[in-house]
Unconditional design. Sequence first.
Length: 260
Amino acid sequence: MTTATLGRPGRFEIGRVFNSTFAVITRNIGLCVGLGLLFAGVPTLLTRLWTQPQMQAVMNGNPGAMADPNLVLRNSYLSILAGLISFVFTLLLQSSLVRATIEDLNGRRPSFGDCIQIAIRFLLPTLAIGILVAFGSVLAMIALVVPGIILWLGWSMSVPVLIQERQGVFGSMSRSRALTKGNRWSLFGLFLILIIIAMAIQWGILVVLLLFGGFLAELGAALVQAVVSMVLSVATAVSYVELRQVKEGTSVDELAQIFS
């Protein structure tokens, strides 16, 4: 098998990351879509079906729902719980797709079971990183928006570092900041483009689905969430490989040896 190559020392290229991201997805479309549905689509659909009736009652101006403080509090708890569930499954998706991406770029065929095993194995430290990154970025954004964004970009490679280099929670966050240094605005451009594309797709599909409503709308929203989360997760993993190569000249073969 031939080893895939991305960058050369010195320059992070958004176009190359885009090409590699969609190449990885195309070569492993069944695996990527399957993981996206498992860790993003199904949880999103279930949580939306679970919380939608209560939320809809409030949005429709139901006097009883809006006047009952216990019901409002319950709805708030449901929203928080649904957000936490989505957060955990998003981290599981990212971890599993980091594994799949590295395997693919090394010329190997990633397996569904192996990717899930890695995601579950690293769930607790990944969750710790996710919480620390979220709180740190939000607190920084409360003070000033730009420093908060820069801080988040600096930590954006923490999960791939954890999965790939096994440096622990704080070691992975520190390593991520070192890897992204000098390339954070390029990463910002990459993620901004992906988010804008995702939002355009979501709004377009939303307009169509609103004409149908009901379960079909919820199903469509879940499918879109699965695809968007999948693309962002693979792009993050590819960006990590690209940063290792442009800053350190590390080959994908060497990354795979560390991972095995």
